[in-house]
Design a protein around this ligand. Structure first.
Ligand SMILES: C[S@@+](CC[C@H](N)C(=O)[O-])C[C@H]1O[C@@H](n2cnc3c(N)ncnc32)[C@H](O)[C@@H]1O
Length: 298
């Protein structure tokens, strides 16, 4: 089975504006699709790749220019420094889960197969989706589905889960479907469960908080002229990236200088972001929600 098919491969690697002898970071190595393309295009350069999932290590190439770190990208700066790297010429992040993680039923990322509700990208992580579902109070559970799943009936979802677990704890994908199935809109069941699972996955893996931590460190380690290249898969993470590239903060409100000009640490290269064309989507349907943003550090 294929480990992953990279989205927006050419567009994202072009976005890095690679120098043959530059130092680059791929913070989401996965199946290595983006990394391999970088290695093809640099000559004497160096590539450091991060992935918190140790399964990704099976894809590590034997290449002296390449270093794989089985680490969370929230520790970007310390890990680079530990390996003698203070600054880099470009960084790529292709967020979310790999096909491998999604397709492996035992990891519990998909509602299409029954399995324990795990959803940890890092198998050594302490909190699983089961733990969140069985221990969070009703209000924080509703907040999770509202904030991370973008579900407007989040309160009812939380209520049904709390009612279910008052009889027995939730353990599997089928349990959550039993608990909230009656709330799934007719003919839109897949969309509904996709949002429920998105909310849980983001919470289990602290995806938004860790993305913010990584972006702030990326800005610190990038050399002037260095490119920040990010592919997102839903509007929550896209908003974080867009605001950060525009203003250097997550609120998207830029500081004004003495003359009223907005101060920004980046020059935006892709104003609206780049999405896959029909041809790419016809070959890789899972790329359909991808959005690529590129900015250059000033
Ligand atoms: C969409 S896949 C990347 C696919 C890759 N670009 C390729 O071409 O094969 C995302 C990968 O990032 C990893 N990941 C997600 N969040 C991470 C984090 N905070 N730290 C390190 N790795 C992370 C996941 O484990 C997954 O393998």
């Amino acid at each position: 089975m294929v480990y992953h098919i990279p989205a927006l491969l050419k567009e994202s690697i072009d976005g890095l504006n690679l120098k043959p002898d530059g130092i680059y970071v791929d913070v989401t190595f996965g199946g290595g699709g983006h990394s391999m393309e970088i290695l093809k295009r640099i000559i004497n350069g160096k590539l450091v790749a991060f992935d918190q999932d140790d399964d990704a290590s099976v894809n590590v190439p034997a290449d002296k220019r390449f270093l794989f770190l089985n680490q969370n990208f929230r520790f970007l700066k310390n890990n680079l420094r530990f390996n003698g790297i203070e600054t880099v010429d470009g960084l790529i992040a292709d967020l979310g889960v790999s096909f491998h993680q999604f397709d492996e039923p035992a990891r519990g990322f998909t509602f299409r197969q029954d399995a324990p509700l795990d959803m940890r990208m890092n198998k050594r992580g302490t909190i699983t989706a089961v733990q969140l579902l069985n221990t969070l109070d009703e209000q924080p559970l509703a907040d999770l589905f509202y904030n991370f799943g973008e579900l407007i009936n989040s309160r009812r979802i939380a209520k049904e889960i709390v009612a279910f677990r008052s009889v027995r704890p939730l353990a599997t994908v089928n349990d959550i479907i039993d608990a909230i199935g009656k709330l799934a809109p007719h003919r839109q069941e897949h969309k509904f469960y996709a949002k429920v699972f998105q909310g849980l996955r983001i919470a289990v893996n602290h995806e938004i908080d860790f993305l913010k931590e990584m972006l702030e460190q990326a800005l610190e380690v990038l050399n002037p002229g260095g490119r920040l290249v990010v592919i997102t898969y839903h509007s929550l993470e896209d908003r974080v990236v867009k605001n950060f590239m525009k203003t250097g903060n997550f609120e998207g409100v830029g500081k004004q200088d003495f003359y009223g000009n907005i101060e920004t640490p980046f020059r935006i290269i892709t104003r609206k972001g780049i999405t896959p064309g029909e041809e790419e989507i016809s070959l890789n349907r899972r790329a359909r929600s991808a959005r690529l943003r590129v900015a250059e550090k000033i």
